[in-house]
Design a protein around this ligand. Sequence first.
Ligand code: MIC
Ligand code: SF4
Length: 643
Amino acid sequence: MGKTIAQKIIEAHLVSGEMRAGEDIGLRIDQTLTQDATGTMAYLEFEAMGVPRVKTEKSVAYVDHNTLQSGFENADDHRYIQTVARKHGIYFSRPGNGICHQLHLERFGAPGKTLIGSDSHTPTGGGIGMLAFGAGGMDVAVAMGGGEYHINMPTMTRVELTGSLSPWVSAKDVILAVLRKMSVKGGVGKIIEYTGEGVKTLTVPERATITNMGAELGATTSLFPSDHITRQFMEAQGRGDQWVELSSDPDAQYDETIEIDLTSLVPLAACPHSPDAVKPVDELEGMKIDQCCIGSCTNSSYLDMMRVAAILKGKTVHPDVSLTIGCGSKQVYQMLAENGALADMISAGARILECACGPCIGMGQSPSSAGVSLRTFNRNFEGRTGTADAKVYLVSPETAAASAIAGVFTDPRSLGEYVKIDMPQRFLINDNLILPPIEEPLMETVEVQRGPNIKPLPIAGALADSVSGKAVLKVGDNITTDHIMPAGAKILPYRSNVPYLSQFCFAVCDKEFPERCKQEGGGIVIAGHNYGQGSSREHAALVPLYLGVKAVIAKSYARIHAANLANTGILPLQFTDENDYDKISQMDMLSLPNIRTELGSGNDVTMTDESTGLQFKLRAVLTPRQRDMVLVGGLLNYTKGEK
Ligand code: MIC
Ligand code: SF4
């Protein structure tokens, strides 16, 4: 039987398990990436494993999330990551070089390779035919040490693209159209492959915008074939020798097919507060706006920026609008500086930001109270900007630029003649902000430098015979990791300080939560569907662990977060009957009397609500390997035990 592209790459990297949908499979990982906000934890975990040099083909540590350095904490974290990278054979991308996903695509990624990254948008690499997954820091640490990366073998979805995009409609509109069809949980358990004639009309950066936001579908990953367009991109990056062709077999079997006609697409926007709340821009036209932010790992390529510059050329940003622009990489930034496009942006009044995540993760540029902000980013979750009542719309760079000039939501098709930008024959290549690994004897002499803000990570003990605790929090559907463990300029500097972070846990939902956990000695969290969507930050598991959370009971989970819970030793449990969710009230006393014995033999778990006397049947969302892991208190204990 023919194979899909993902099945071919998986087959070539399969270390354990069988390629049957739903089965636990272990993959050999060729490359890893980390960023600074999750990287400190990942490297602390890697150090705890005691492996002298990474065993991957390439591991890269990027610094892009927190580059404000508003106190010593971040500068210390950066220094820690730089020295730990030097000590263990890891490339280090210095702050200012750009955003991890854009940079990885430009300088390291290659078709047919496997990549895991401690960031949920790692599937950006699917734009060049990589099999790239977002993962928790512990999974990345294990992969750096040569260990397998485990996932449940996903089902295969094909998105068949026909036609070609109309002028002023772009890749962002394609993925917003997919989100409108599939919703933020429509991709869970699936790998999405883009096929069809329309693929040939899309450049690599456009493909990468689409695979990047596959994270917002909850998909395990997304990818495009590797074809002549991929080859041209790799050659233009001076890496043509790393190109291989990749396509699915003509008789490949997909579990589901979705059709998107590129020709009929129109500019779209995701409305507050969810990436799948999609409407055509022309329905929003005329709405007054306060801010436009262009950039992020989704839309910060050379092509994106050149189109924006062309729209801004000779114009002035509307007096009521603040427009920020951040390029995805130093390569893009320097090319714009050299060809004059940057001058067009500056002249129009754009506020140029460093090449980094910036406003996307709430690092500055919080909108005014109840402000309307148009962003080319990938997430518009409540509170993520740092302004609780801000209204964020996710749009294409074309829509953002047109609206920034007009001062109101504007359909870019009203701009008149389309400006076509060609892909460069050769990108400007200057890797002077990437510090390559050093040789073994030298590595030994490197001293890893740690600042006082780096606190030890909480590690769970072996699972007790029985577990009980109050339902310390009850929340609804689609709770994001930004709800569980917010980021932003005030909190991000403390990503290596779990005790400090714990004060902000679930702050968006319930400010009393940390205090309640302290009084009750922790407990159990009750949640609706798609619990933990969004970021890969394992802090959303480590911090609840620190506060004494022993289990989460949800209607369903986002993939990376469920894995992070298991990795840290918190039980991810699921209702077998969704209606049971309504029968539990916050502060009920819950008990799992036989949990250890039950998990020893399977996933069926019984729970009693001591406050009502009701009994419930739950299911542990764990593979057999994860059950063993939870029994010993998480992945670190499990990996140590394996040696
Ligand atoms: C995000 O977009 O939410 C982040 C910040 O990049 C996260 C990682 C993090 O929380 O550090 C992600 O997407 O995984
Ligand atoms: Fe950075 Fe935003 Fe991309 Fe996350 S989504 S990696 S914060 S740019």
